[in-house]
Design a protein around this ligand. Sequence first.
Ligand SMILES: [Zn+2]
Length: 234
Amino acid sequence: MLKTLQDLLQLQELDRRSIQLRKDLDDLPSRKDRTRLRLQDREEAFQKAEAAWKQESLEIKKIEMDIDEAKENIRRFRQQQFEVKTNEGYKTLLHEIEVASKKIRDLEDAELERMEKAEQFKEALTKARREVDEERIRVERECAEMDQRAAAVQQELAGIEADRAARSTGIDEQWMGRYNRIMKHVGDAAIVPVDHGTCGGCHMKLPPQVVHDTRRADAITACTFCGRMLYWRE
Ligand SMILES: [Zn+2]
């Protein structure tokens, strides 16, 4: 194989690694966003659980106020019983007291039911809180790991860049320029093997002459369709 082609192939190894690493870096923000979204989901679940519990507590307070009001009414009716002049009036008050007492019993039953429900909501809330805390730790750890990985990738990229610069100086400028142009244009590989008579880049069937010339390897050949440089792989 031609020395220039060999040098360019080694350069291409570096470039391909570099492309992959840069892609990793580009993906990082969206990967972090997705990770943080998991925490957001947990936080929303917690807020829902909290709202449910608060609502239930509010309902209990309302019932307690109604009970207090009914008790206050009974107290007033009893007071009136001392002042009432007629038997009929006394009876009416007695009836009012019975009605209010029955109302209190019903309210107390309802309160007990709601208190049991509130207890369950409270447990769900505690669980949701714990899940938020656990998820936060996980998410922070994963994001920190991603940052560490990004720093390592940056370092590797810097190394690759230095290596590339050093290797480039030994390569003919004209071929270097051609390689760079193709690489920029196709984005994946400027030099590809001939693969069963087809171009290893665009997979088009190559003219026999191009295949022949590539195999002889006394000059750099290119795919007639995509322009990628070709080499013969034994
Ligand atoms: Zn091609």
